[in-house]
Structures are given as structure tokens and as C-alpha cells.
Design a protein. Structure first.
Length: 353
């Protein structure tokens, strides 16, 4: 894309796989924005990501980038426990913010972010729950809302990765992976999650030492719809995310591979995406473009910090359930503030606790 003086000047904080992908996306695919700074304490990683964005500078931390570069907006792609440290100064500057999931890794931090944002004139934070922008998820949500097949009774969700690094912890199964389903289930069902339970089957010996993988997370909604989430992150064959919705009079499925099907030498099969970038690439493109367009209008167009807070509360309950083996009820600290009353937004969901 050819940069213009009217482009949104974006800093990308975090130059790992997700951050580098966003830098390349904005440079090659997104209109109305350009990357002006890449922030990462790893100089080599920041330099490599910035090389895909002509004119972008690098910085070791966000404060350095703010002090040396004109910035209108920020994409936060650091690990979740580091999000609050970037969100707070970004809010103080009134920047447009796209924060990758999770908003924060605990309820208390999310509440602090909500409090800080509500000091502004309007919401500035959009949370990167990109599955809401995937066509399959949108179609499934519309089918539930239509009532054509009766009530939604249950969801079977699978979230599978080929491998994880040795540093991947058991809590990360909930906080970094199942957090997507924690947002997607209310999005599809149109109602909040009220309880969480975690079951642990036989351990996969191929998982890193100390990681109990796979696990099954049971999410219960207000009406009694039960979502069973298989989180299975060392399954070796690739990246796979699927959802089967069970209705009173039918079953709908999304996420099954629809590419080339090959039958040869007595076997039949389809290709499996190697990573999230291939599976949800179109959803990421749509999400970022809508965020940029909304920032130019002075608004957001996607999940808000309130949605991020709701997910953080459920994830906190999920970690407790993971440790205790008990069913844990979800206790939301507040009703939805009028500040976040964005129900006219295309992707808004009824999320009152």
C-alpha cells in the first residue's frame, strides 16, 4: 500500500509471530494505515519485523516509541500479562487501540483498564477476538439467532495446535488458548457464560514435561447450553479449530477443512493448516481493516474492553476450575456500564451478567 499523510500512524508493540504478522498485514493488505514503529526489547526481532514496513523505526519499549514518534494508534501483540502496561499509557494518550487477546490475564487488571478507559469520552479499545470476523462463526451465530432449527442445546468445540514450546504452562491452556472459545461461545449463543468446569483425560506423552494436555473445558451459558471445548495443543498434525452446534432439530458444523481432498494409495485426506495465520487469515484482515476504518471515524468496530473483561472473568474462573477440579460459577463484578452500550454494533452480543 502507498502511504499517505492521512494514514493512521500505527505502533505495533510485540514483534513475535503475531506482531510481525500484523506489521506485514498493515503494509501489504490494509488501507488507511501504516506502521511507523515496531516495539520489542529483542532488537533483532524488532528490526526483522520493521523491515517489512518501509520507514518504520524500532524501539525497545512503548514509552520510547511515544517519546520519539508521532503515533495515532497501537496494536498490542505482547504476551497477555504485559498488556496492561501498554494499555494504560495508550489510553492516557487517547490512542486508538487494538489489543490482542486476552485484554489482561486476570479480572482485577481488566477492571483497572475499564476504569481508566471510562475516563475518556468514548471506548478506545478493541480486543482481538478475531473469530467474530470469521464467516463461519458469523453464519453459525445467525443460524442460532434465526431459530430455524429450534434452540441451541450444545456446542462441541475443538482447539488443536501441533506443538507448544517448553515454556507453555497449564494456565495458558485457558488464558491464551481457550480464551477464544470463552469469547466465541457467548458470541454464538447470544448469552453469557455462568459456570466453568475442567476435566483432564490421560496425558499426551508428546506434550512438554509438566504440561497436562489435552483438557476438556465445559462452559455453561445462562439458559443451560453446554459448550464442551477440547483444548489439545500437542497433537502434531497442524492447527485445527472446529465447532459443532447441536440444535433441537439439526446439527451445524464449521471449521472443517474445505480445501483439496486427495484419495490415493488406499487413503483419503485433506490438508490441515499449519498455523492460525492460514486458518484465520481472512478474519484477521477483516478485523484490522474494520479497526482502522473505525479509528478514522473516532470509534471501534469489534469486541470492546467490556467484552475483554467478561472473558477475563470467565478465564479466571476457568483457571480456578482447572486447579480445583470443581465446577466454578462465574461472578461478574458489575453490570455493563452505559459507556459500553454499543448494542447497535454488528457484532455486539447480549452480555449482561
Amino acid at each position: 500500500m502507498t502511504p499517505t499523510s492521512q494514514d493512521l500512524r500505527v505502533a505495533v508493540v510485540g514483534a513475535g509471530m503475531m506482531g510481525a504478522d500484523h506489521v506485514a498485514r498493515i503494509t501489504s493488505t490494509i488501507s488507511g494505515a501504516r506502521v511507523v514503529a515496531v516495539v520489542d526489547p529483542d532488537t533483532a526481532r524488532a528490526t526483522a519485523a520493521a523491515a517489512t514496513a518501509p520507514g518504520a523505526v524500532t524501539a525497545a519499549d512503548f514509552e520510547e516509541a511515544l517519546a520519539t514518534t508521532e503515533i495515532d494508534a497501537v496494536i498490542i501483540a505482547t504476551p497477555g500479562f504485559l498488556h496492561e502496561a501498554v494499555l494504560m499509557p495508550a489510553l492516557e494518550r487517547g490512542l486508538a487501540i487494538l489489543c490482542e487477546k486476552p485484554l489482561t490475564t486476570d479480572e482485577a487488571a481488566s477492571l483497572r483498564v475499564l476504569e481508566a478507559e471510562q475516563k475518556l469520552d468514548r471506548p478506545h479499545i478493541q480486543v482481538g477476538f478475531m473469530r467474530r470476523f470469521d464467516q463461519g462463526y458469523q453464519d453459525l451465530r445467525a443460524l442460532v439467532a434465526s431459530g430455524d432449527n429450534g434452540a441451541l442445546l450444545a456446542l462441541h468445540c475443538a482447539h488443536r495446535n501441533a506443538t507448544t514450546p517448553p515454556s507453555y504452562s497449564e494456565e495458558m491452556l485457558i488464558l491464551d488458548s481457550v480464551i477464544h472459545e470463552i469469547d466465541a461461545v457467548p458470541f454464538i449463543a447470544g448469552e453469557p457464560i455462568v459456570a466453568v468446569e475442567v476435566k483432564k483425560p490421560r496425558r499426551n506423552s508428546l506434550a512438554p514435561d509438566g504440561l497436562r494436555d489435552p483438557q476438556f473445558v465445559l462452559l455453561e451459558t445462562a439458559s443451560g447450553t453446554l459448550a464442551v471445548v477440547e483444548i489439545n495443543v500437542n497433537i502434531q498434525f497442524g492447527y485445527q479449530v472446529t465447532t459443532d452446534a447441536v440444535f433441537e432439530s439439526g446439527v451445524a458444523s464449521i471449521g472443517r477443512e474445505t480445501g483439496l481432498q486427495l484419495t490415493s494409495a488406499g487413503r483419503a485426506g485433506v490438508a490441515v493448516p499449519p498455523s492460525f495465520k492460514e486458518r484465520f487469515g481472512a478474519a484477521y484482515d477483516t478485523q484490522v481493516q474494520r479497526w482502522v476504518d473505525a479509528a478514522h471515524r473516532g470509534t471501534i468496530d469489534g469486541p470492546s474492553a467490556w467484552d475483554g473483561y467478561l472473558a477475563s472473568v470467565v478465564a479466571t474462573a476457568g483457571v480456578e476450575a482447572q486447579k480445583s477440579g470443581r465446577r466454578v460459577e462465574v461472578d461478574y463484578a458489575m453490570a455493563k456500564p452505559a459507556f459500553y452500550d454499543l448494542d447497535a454494533r454488528a457484532d455486539a452480543v447480549p452480555s449482561e451478567a
